[in-house]
Every structure is written in C-alpha cells, then in structure tokens.
Design a protein around this ligand. Structure first.
Ligand code: GUN
Length: 287
C-alpha cells in the first residue's frame, strides 16, 4: 500500500482563493481592505522567509500588508510601543509578531499586549481560553490548518483515536483541543512519554509537532493511519541540504493511509488560515 499524499499546497490555494473572494466583497461593502501588520525583530533567516511569504500572500489576497522590521537590539519597550500603535490603528485588523523573539524580550509580555481581537495568530491567553471553553475566538493557524486537512481527508472525525506528539502552546495544545471538539479520543504525547511507538501505533490520526527530524518511524504507525507532519527541519546529509519533517516520510508512505509531505503539506495551510483569520477579524471590527 502506498499512502495518499495530502496536497496541502493545493488545498491552501483553494482556501486562499475563497479568502480573496471574501476580501473583494469586504472591500465592496466597507470601502477598505482588511489590514494585516507583521512584526519581525532581528534577522533570523527562517523567520525572514516566513515573513516574506506572509507579506506576499497578504497582498495576493487583496489585503493591505504592512511589515515592521526591527533591529535585533530593539528593546522590549520599543516593541510594546509599536504593538500599542498597531492596536490603536483603525486600518490594522490583524497583528502578528513573528516568533521566536530575541532572548532579551519577554515573548509572553509582547503577546499579552496585542489586542485579543486583532490576535490573528490566536496566541493571546484570551484566545487560548476561548478555544478551551468553545467560545468564538482566533485559533492558532497551524493547528487549524491541520484540522481542515484532516476533515478534507477523513470527513467526520468522530470517535477516531488521535495522537498529538508535542505539547506547545502554538501547535500541540490547540491541536488537541480542536480534535476533542471534533469528537476524537485524544492523547498528547511529549518528550517524557513512555513507549511512544506503542502510543502512536494505537492512533488513527497522528499529528507530529516535535521539531525532531524523522523521529516518528514508519513501523510505529497503525496501517492506514492519517499522518499530519508539522515538522520543518533543515538537515544536511549525504543527500545534501534539505527539509524533512518529524516523520520518516519514505517509511511512513508504505504504512499510512494518507500523509502530508514536507514541504507542501501543513506549511502552506498556516498562511492560508492566517489570511482567513484576518478576514474574520476585519468583519468583526467592521461590525
Ligand atoms: N513562528 C513560527 N510559526 C509562527 C506562527 O505561526 N506565528 C508567529 N507569530 N510566529 C511563528
């Protein structure tokens, strides 16, 4: 058996197309375009690439994208002042502060300073709380993108066994919440989990978000499982420099029912959901 390859790039393009239609309608109704402000502190090369992609996608969707690039030495006070300015700016519907921030800046304090109603990343504690209690709010883009892919592949997820590997606030925890909301039986595994292979083998759905190249092996998987690989790891070996996921892809292909590739799986969905969240924020703010 060879797994179905889940084409996140194509699915994301469809979603972006729908968002672009929504943006055109919003412009028609309100006379303005939704605005997304992206803040990058420092020059981390991976963050720089992500921010450029986000900027391009924002413009392609017909939104107004503004980029705020600050030096790595920027003080926390200066960053908080920029966030306050963006909170107060009527043309800005969504604010995204690219993580990770330099070590001298308290990321939690910066995220806490973002107006929760402009927090299109869904990182603010108010939005985490809204997700936890099932209230409307902004859901982190990567896990929401994963949930949309899973529903596209599997339809109704009710009753399925899901394992989320990784317990970060950005991916693992909200992912588990979204799967619970879709009636999955959810296990969250992490670095202290005993016999991870046995835990993974029970799962109909595996979401890998650990950031360790090819850690999840093909023979850990239940035959036919749906595998969502959130990892984007840069490796250099005999095959040259390349990106690999958290799952040993070639091994998994022979066992899984469906799997996301890296790149071209989850990554494009994150940006598409960011645009969707920004359009939702614009509508909410327009009343
Ligand atoms: N760094 C890696 N992924 C993300 C993301 O989705 N949002 C932000 N703000 N920073 C990130």
């Amino acid at each position: 058996m060879t797994a179905r390859i889940i084409d996140g790039k194509a699915f994301a393009a469809t979603l972006r197309g729908r968002v672009a239609e929504g943006v055109a309608a919003f412009r028609e109704e309100t006379g303005r375009a939704p605005g997304l402000a992206v803040v990058l502190v420092g020059a981390d090369p991976a963050s720089d690439v992500y921010v450029r992609w986000k900027g391009k996608a924002t413009l392609a969707a017909g939104m107004v994208g503004t980029e705020h690039r600050l030096l790595a030495e920027t003080t926390q006070e200066a960053l908080l002042a920029l966030v306050a300015e963006l909170n107060a700016d009527a043309a800005v519907d969504g604010i995204l502060v690219q993580l990770p921030l330099p070590g001298h800046i308290d990321s939690a304090a910066v995220i806490a300073a973002i107006d929760p109603d402009k927090d299109v990343d869904g990182f603010h504690v108010v939005n985490a709380g809204r997700l936890a209690v099932g209230a409307d709010g902004y859901v982190p883009c990567t896990p929401l993108g994963c949930a949309l892919l899973l529903e596209d592949v599997l339809g109704d997820l009710s009753g399925l066994d899901a394992v989320v590997i990784g317990r970060s606030n950005i991916v693992g925890k909200p992912m588990a919440q979204l799967l619970i909301d879709r009636n999955c039986t959810v296990t969250i595994a992490h670095s202290r989990t005993r016999d991870l292979a046995a835990v993974v083998r029970r799962a109909d759905i595996v979401v890998a978000a650990v950031g360790r190249p090819e850690m999840i092996r093909g023979d850990w998987l239940k035959p036919g499982a749906t595998v969502i690989d959130v990892g984007i790891n840069r490796v250099e070996d005999a095959a040259g420099r390349r990106l690999v996921g958290d799952v040993a892809y070639d091994e998994a292909l022979a066992v899984a029912g469906a799997i996301t590739p890296v790149p071209g799986g989850v990554g494009p969905m994150t940006i598409a959901v960011l645009l969707r969240n920004t359009l939702v924020a614009a509508h909410a703010r327009a009343g």
